[in-house]
Design a protein around this ligand. Sequence first.
Ligand SMILES: *[C@@H]1O[C@H](CO)[C@@H](O)[C@H](O)[C@H]1NC(C)=O
Ligand SMILES: *[C@@H]1O[C@H](CO)[C@@H](O)[C@H](O)[C@H]1NC(C)=O
Ligand SMILES: *[C@@H]1O[C@H](CO)[C@@H](O)[C@H](O)[C@H]1NC(C)=O
Ligand SMILES: *[C@@H]1O[C@H](CO)[C@@H](O)[C@H](O)[C@H]1NC(C)=O
Ligand SMILES: *[C@@H]1O[C@H](CO)[C@@H](O)[C@H](O)[C@H]1NC(C)=O
Length: 455
Amino acid sequence: MRRTSLFIVKVCLALTFTVSSVYMYLWLVEPHHQTLSQLAANFVSRISTDNGQVSEVVNYSVIDVQPEHLSGDPNYNVMDVEPEQLSGDANYNVMDVESETDSEIRHVVFIKVHKAASSTLQNIMFRFSLARNLSVLLPKNPLDHINDSGRAINPDRIISHPKEGYFDILCDHIIFDEEVLAQYFPETAVRVAIVRDPMQQALSALVYFSQYFKKPELLAGIEKYKDSPLEGFLGHPRDFFKLSQPVVSSYINNRMSVDLGFDLTNFEASKKNKTKIRKFLSNLERQFDLILISEYFDESMVLLRRTLSWSMKDIIYLEVNTAQKNLQQFQKSIWNHKPMLNSTTMLTFRKWAAIDYELYHHFLVIFLNKIEAEESFMDEVSAFREARDEVAKFCYEVSDSGAKSSEKISLPETAWTKAFTVSGSDCHLMAMQETDMMALVGERQKQRFKLMRSE
Ligand SMILES: *[C@@H]1O[C@H](CO)[C@@H](O)[C@H](O)[C@H]1NC(C)=O
Ligand SMILES: *[C@@H]1O[C@H](CO)[C@@H](O)[C@H](O)[C@H]1NC(C)=O
Ligand SMILES: *[C@@H]1O[C@H](CO)[C@@H](O)[C@H](O)[C@H]1NC(C)=O
Ligand SMILES: *[C@@H]1O[C@H](CO)[C@@H](O)[C@H](O)[C@H]1NC(C)=O
Ligand SMILES: *[C@@H]1O[C@H](CO)[C@@H](O)[C@H](O)[C@H]1NC(C)=O
């Protein structure tokens, strides 16, 4: 009886996510003369249920760039980090974390799915690797990716691979391929990914890749529906994709499944091929240890911590400040209204994103099942949120007062974590932008191999 009702709750939750997309409110900023970080800070999207209540934990920005720097200074970059972090001393342990347990997992393959809050998770992975002196697979150029449009790893474009042995951490873009990654990571590495409501993901990608990367096929679609690009896109996604373009060059065509390695042959026909999609999902279930859900970000972090036996400090993150600056400006914007989604539009988008919808619902149910099976899980989530809020407060104070990054706060022991401290340097790292972080970790990686060669 209990089982049945829980099942019903889960089905309802899954449906709520689908239905709630219809009631999505978007306040989007006019993109002209905005830096990316201003753009990010100003985007607010909220999903509400049909009775008007804000549902679940969703307050993600439509373009979910990772937590921004604290100062609001768009010019913040790696050079602002305290000099000792850049001094070339490979022994400097940035975060000074002691491993919480012997069972702590240090080999993680994290597949970074586009526009699914994965930059926040990437920041967590980078900080973990800095604190533990781990080897991270990275492109030589921090503005680049390992492979944004394919599965192969070009050894000339990545920072040295240790001749013997594996890398520890993967957290930059590459299309998932089990066999390719097996050459770089041990079989015991824990495989992790995160997915997001497909409509949110696609809208986020639409905005990000049209405004920031000026992708021509997206700009053409926006031009065609210039009075209401959101409805235009959801009701006519084909006008935002060129049939002649490779599927991997688009971020609005089932990109989550593409990033997770869906076979691209006969892609359009595959959207209706239930057998093929089911096979893909059951493969993913075998290949991945954990598929997290953006809409349950804090729950996802706690489940990640438990799975990897990491400390609570490792999963603390800073949120994007979605303060509604420039409200008047985006009230005037073409993006700024609740999309009018009738059943035709919905159905069109659902067919277009069919693979991603199957993916999302499949792993949402698995995720909820996992959480339900965990002991005192929500208690830990609450404790985690408290700790995170306290750290955020401290970090903003450090940032505002320009205090030394050696300043620290201590957080007490709880049932889930030993006591730990967070320093101003930790704050800098948590707030660091993706490319700056890639540059910093890449520098570390180079120093480490120099050291290894001289040993
Ligand atoms: C989301 O944002 C709204 C408005 O800024 C706020 O009232 C609400 O508490 C936020 N919800 C969560 C879960 O953070
Ligand atoms: C970090 O790793 C490198 C390479 O394995 C090693 O030479 C160095 O001593 C390590 N540093 C620390 C602080 O463990
Ligand atoms: C990405 O992978 C594809 C094969 O899937 C390969 O053709 C391409 O050269 C790779 N690109 C880079 C930058 O390594
Ligand atoms: C569906 O995909 C499978 C491959 O997984 C293929 O063998 C089959 O022919 C496809 N069916 C249709 C109707 O295209
Ligand atoms: C559904 O909405 C679209 C876009 O807003 C509109 O063009 C279309 O006529 C509507 N269809 C119906 C059946 O109301």
